[in-house]
Design a protein around this ligand. Structure first.
Ligand SMILES: Cc1cc2nc3c(=O)[nH]c(=O)nc-3n(C[C@H](O)[C@H](O)[C@H](O)COP(=O)(O)OP(=O)(O)OC[C@H]3O[C@@H](n4cnc5c(N)ncnc54)[C@H](O)[C@@H]3O)c2cc1C
Length: 467
């Protein structure tokens, strides 16, 4: 006989845990959560390797649009459980560090690049409105900044040509250009940065980003023993009979189902495979995370830096994080070790070879002077994430508008970073909120703002993140 439940949640990442947390708050007791792996956290999980170094699955920085998300973070780890850092970021290019936003700090570039960037801005013409991300880059930044930074950097991040991306996700995420300020900064050789003591992010003192989600899972487990079923991988979904099948042979009959697994995978496991060929329109990139456990101390140039962007071809990675700066407990002994974590994107447009990428990343760290000597590498840690970034491709919404309602008609909500496939609402806070809002929608009928109105949600910054 299958188990029976009102609400079945698939996945114990931020989305699934958000839904369970809200159901628990609303005193709804008839739910179960099934997770394929042994630990909660999903892409926001962390791993401590056999040498005692902790790694995130890509450097996670918390920024929140929801006060209740921050309040829960406070509660889960306590006031003493967090470390606070300045949210400063840098671009490494032309053999130097340029503060971000790039366009406000052109004076750090060689003269020819500086002139190319300014000339591009002076030649900008208001023509027709841009139809894709590539056209948007040219229209907003001009051909100079596009060629020197925006196009190479964005190809490295997204692994798709910018012409294949829509501009729907941009919103607040990319700072645009104030020409007068750009030129004044160049003339005065002035650094123009938006960080400072009031612009902070926080990070768990122990256990990496995943500590938060493990804490939430244990809290739920203590209030609702046996509702979190780890090592339960969904392998088949009968949306007509409302039965979920798992790899251990278990079956669960549900009334409503919240899935946070990648939408293309969900389609493949379900009886809607034939109907939903729109799944092939969804694009994603994979992410390779390479951690370098390093002996000694970081070079002086990295002493205060948290993360940096890399647009040039002398390194395979687009971003590097000095992960031992996020917390000294991310390494076994901060007086003897430090750690770097880099991210490399992959797609059919940008192949990456798993067999050689670690060596390429180390060579990239040497080329960009993140490390001085190969001998300082104590060991490396590596993980490939098949689903890394949900690509905001040109036909994404056309695909989602077929798929999400088809599932919803059968009482299945697909939510979260890859469940709803909306990059613009795919960070931890957004994913958690999507789970919370799905639970509220089912129990109270309240609208799901995050998945349906990303611009509105993103225009609000939580109390804490606003500081
Ligand atoms: C490289 C990288 C950098 C990031 N940086 C940041 C950042 O700086 N700040 C930030 O806030 N966010 C960041 N994120 C995003 C953050 O990780 C996500 O917002 C969050 O993890 C999404 O939560 P989710 O629950 O929707 O999905 P996931 O975390 O993917 O969780 C889905 C869960 O479903 C489980 N699952 C999958 N298939 C099955 C199955 N068949 N049966 C049962 N369970 C299954 C998985 O094991 C997983 O636990 C980053 C992500 C990546 C990849």
């Amino acid at each position: 006989m299958p188990l029976e439940t009102d609400i079945l949640i698939i996945g114990a990442g931020p989305t699934g845990l958000g839904a369970a947390w809200r159901l628990s708050q609303l005193e709804h007791r008839d739910w179960l959560l099934c997770e394929a792996s042994a630990e909660a956290g999903g892409l926001a999980g962390s791993v401590t390797d056999e040498h005692g170094f902790t790694w995130d699955l890509g450097g996670h920085v918390q920024f929140s649009h929801y006060d209740y998300f921050d309040d829960l973070m406070d509660e889960l780890l306590g006031a003493e459980g967090w470390l606070y850092h300045e949210r400063e970021s840098w671009v490494w290019m032309r053999d130097t560090f340029v503060p971000y936003p790039f366009q406000l700090n052109l004076h750090r570039l060689p003269l020819e690049d500086r002139w190319q960037c300014v000339r591009g801005l002076l030649r900008l013409k208001q023509e027709r409105s841009p139809e894709n991300f590539g056209e948007w880059i040219d229209a907003v930044f001009g051909e100079g900044i596009a060629a020197v930074f925006m196009r190479p950097y964005n190809f490295k991040v997204w692994a798709y040509p910018p012409e294949e991306l829509s501009r729907i996700w941009i919103g607040e995420r990319v700072a645009t250009v104030d020409l007068e300020r750009v030129i004044e900064n160049v003339m005065r050789s002035r650094d123009d940065v938006s960080w400072g003591p009031n612009n902070q992010f926080r990070f768990p003192k122990h256990g990496g980003t995943g500590a938060v989600w493990r804490a939430l899972a244990s809290k739920l487990e203590s209030v609702h023993p046996a509702k979190l079923k780890m090592r339960h991988k969904l392998v088949k979904l009968d949306t007509v009979g409302h039965v979920a099948y798992f790899d251990n042979g278990e079956r669960i009959r549900y009334r409503r189902l919240l899935s946070s697994i990648p939408l293309d995978v969900l389609v493949g496991l379900s009886d809607l495979t034939e109907k939903l060929n729109a799944a092939s329109l969804l694009l994603h990139s994979s992410t390779h995370i390479i951690g370098a456990a390093l002996k000694g101390q970081p070079p002086e140039s990295l002493r205060k830096k948290c993360w940096m962007y890399f647009p040039e071809s002398d390194s395979p990675f687009y971003r590097a994080t000095v992960f031992s700066h996020y917390s000294p407990n991310n390494v076994p002994d901060i007086n003897r070790y430090w750690s770097l974590m880099v991210e490399v994107s992959e797609s059919a447009h940008k192949p990456v070879h798993s067999e050689t990428i670690i060596e390429e990343a180390i060579q990239g760290m040497l080329n960009t002077r993140l490390i001085a000597d190969r001998q300082t590498v104590h060991h490396t840690w590596y993980r490939r994430l098949e689903h890394g970034y949900p690509t905001p491709s040109l036909r994404r919404d056309e695909a989602l508008n077929q798929m999400l309602p088809a599932f919803a008609e059968r009482n299945v909500l697909s939510r979260g970073r890859f469940g709803a496939w909306k990059y613009e609402v795919s960070n931890q806070d957004h994913s958690f909120a999507q789970g919370v809002e799905a639970a509220e929608f089912w129990l109270t009928g309240a609208p799901e703002l995050t998945v349906n109105d990303p611009d509105r949600v993103n225009s609000h910054v939580s109390r804490r993140s606003a500081h």
